[in-house]
Structure formats: structure tokens, C-alpha cells
Design a protein around this ligand. Structure first.
Ligand SMILES: Nc1ncnc2c1ncn2[C@@H]1O[C@H](COP(=O)(O)OP(=O)(O)OP(=O)(O)O)[C@@H](O)[C@H]1O
Ligand SMILES: [Mg+2]
Length: 231
């Protein structure tokens, strides 16, 4: 469904990704792991049109989208949930949902979100910035439901959240997978990501240094062999 063929990309003069090959199949869940600064967020930005590759090719849903803008990716069914959540803190929950859901009927949207995340359903008039971290992450995740994407790329799903909330977020992600979506997860709680993922990519200094099945690795091994690497 998504393929990066030998992609090199970066910012200005700086090269971050070097010759990266990365594939996500239909219904596949990929955990993208690696130390700080490895290029995980840059890979997600490149795979969704926010960073243009310097060389290589990007295909999504059978089309060559190399060099296309983010909206071309969104239109074909990509949903990128960036680090820092990508919500509008000064707008209310309801206003954020309206933006996420675009032209969909708001009564339907509110009902869907309230069922999924009751904590949000009762806070529609609150500004997004005044929600707790977990509630903000639920609001960010709502976009992955409301826009009916085919592929969701989520950057640091559980950053800064208490363990109970992390579980809640992962329950929501599991529901997305059960609907047949494909997922790419960047996650600091390696074991959480491995439990959900079928495939693991490990990135270091902008290069893919390991690709394999998630059930062939445990989190201790990953920490010892790969994440202790300097970047
Ligand atoms: N907008 C930018 N302009 C210039 N350099 C950037 C920019 N964003 C990231 N970088 C650099 O690119 C490299 C990779 O950063 P990236 O954010 O992709 O790493 P990451 O694996 O997501 O790290 P973390 O785990 O800390 O989130 C880093 O050296 C970073 O400083
Ligand atoms: Mg990052």
C-alpha cells in the first residue's frame, strides 16, 4: 500500500534519511523504532508529503506520489498524526472535530467520538489546550477514525501519558486495526508497539538497520542490540 524506494531526504543541506526502503502492506502494522534523532519523524513526514525526497520514489495506493504535496496523500487515504498531536489548542473540542471531519454531519461525528472516547463526548465545549494529555491524544486519534483513512502513521502515540492511558490509546489503535486499516507506529514503549505490530523496522542515523517480524524480537533484545546505539 505504501512503499518508499531508496529514499534520501532531509532539511536544507542536512541529509537525514539515507537510501531508505520501507513498505507497509494492506492491513499491516509496522513498528518504527530507533534512538532519538534517528529520523523516525522525518520518515513519517517524507511518507506523507511534508518533506520532499531528494532522491528515490514514494508510492501509495498504486500511484507514484513522489514530490506531491501532503493533500495528495491525504486524498488517497493517508492520515499522519504528528508528534505534538496536531490539534488546535485554542479551539474547542467540537471545533477541532469539525475540522477533522470536514464535511461530515456533526451530529454523527459527535456521536461516533463520544462512543469511542466518552471522556471527549462530555467535553465538547472545552478548549483542546485545557484537556489532559490523554484526552488531547484521544482528540488527535479521533482524526484517524473520522476521516476514514486507509493508512495511519502515528508519531509517539503515548508520549508523556500514564500507563493506564497508554493502554486506552492502544485499545483505540487495536480497534483501527480490526477495521482493516494499516498502521505505522513510532513508539518509545517498545513492548506496546511490538504487541500490536506484525513488522519491525529499526532506524539508526537515517538508515534502516533491521527489518523483521515483530514476534521474532523481544523488547530486551531491541533495547540491547539497537536502541543503545548512539545517533
Ligand atoms: N525541521 C528540521 N530542520 C532541520 N533538521 C531537522 C528538522 N527536523 C528534524 N531535524 C533533524 O533531523 C534528524 C532526525 O530527526 P527526527 O525528528 O526525524 O528524529 P526522530 O527519530 O523522530 O527522533 P526522536 O525520537 O527524538 O523524536 C535530527 O538530527 C534532527 O535534528
Ligand atoms: Mg521523532
Amino acid at each position: 500500500m505504501l512503499t518508499l524506494h531508496s529514499v534520501t531526504a532531509g532539511y536544507g543541506e542536512t541529509t537525514v534519511l539515507r537510501d531508505v526502503n520501507f513498505t507497509v502492506g494492506d492491513g499491516e502494522v509496522v513498528a518504527l523504532l530507533g534512538p532519538n534523532g534517528a529520523g523516525k519523524s522525518t520518515l513519517l513526514r517524507t511518507a506523507t508529503g511534508f518533506v520532499k525526497p531528494r532522491s528515490g520514489r514514494i508510492e501509495f495506493g498504486g500511484a507514484d506520489l513522489t514530490g506531491h504535496r501532503p493533500h495528495a496523500f491525504v486524498r488517497r487515504g493517508i492520515c499522519h498524526l504528528p508528534e505534538g498531536r496536531g490539534i488546535f489548542p485554542s479551539l474547542t473540542v467540537r471545533e477541532n472535530l469539525r475540522i477533522q471531519a470536514r464535511s461530515r454531519d456533526m451530529n454523527e461525528v459527535v456521536a461516533e467520538v463520544a462512543e469511542l472516547f466518552p471522556a471527549l463526548g462530555s467535553r465538547l465545549r472545552q478548549t483542546a489546550g485545557s484537556l489532559s494529555g490523554g484526552e488531547q491524544q484521544m482528540l488527535a486519534l479521533s482524526r484517524a477514525y473520522l476521516t476514514r483513512p486507509k493508512l495511519v502513521l502515528i508519531d509517539e502515540a503515548s508520549l508523556g501519558l500514564a500507563p493506564l492511558l497508554v493502554d486506552r490509546i492502544y485499545d483505540a489503535l487495536r480497534q483501527l486495526v480490526e477495521r482493516g486499516l494499516s498502521l505505522v507506529i513510532v513508539e518509545q514503549y517498545v513492548q506496546k508497539a511490538l504487541d500490536l505490530a506484525s513488522t519491525v523496522y529499526i532506524l539508526n542515523r537515517g538508515e534502516v538497520i533491521h527489518v523483521g517480524k515483530a514476534n521474532e524480537l523481544n523488547s530486551d533484545e531491541i533495547y540491547q542490540r539497537y536502541l543503545g546505539l548512539s545517533s
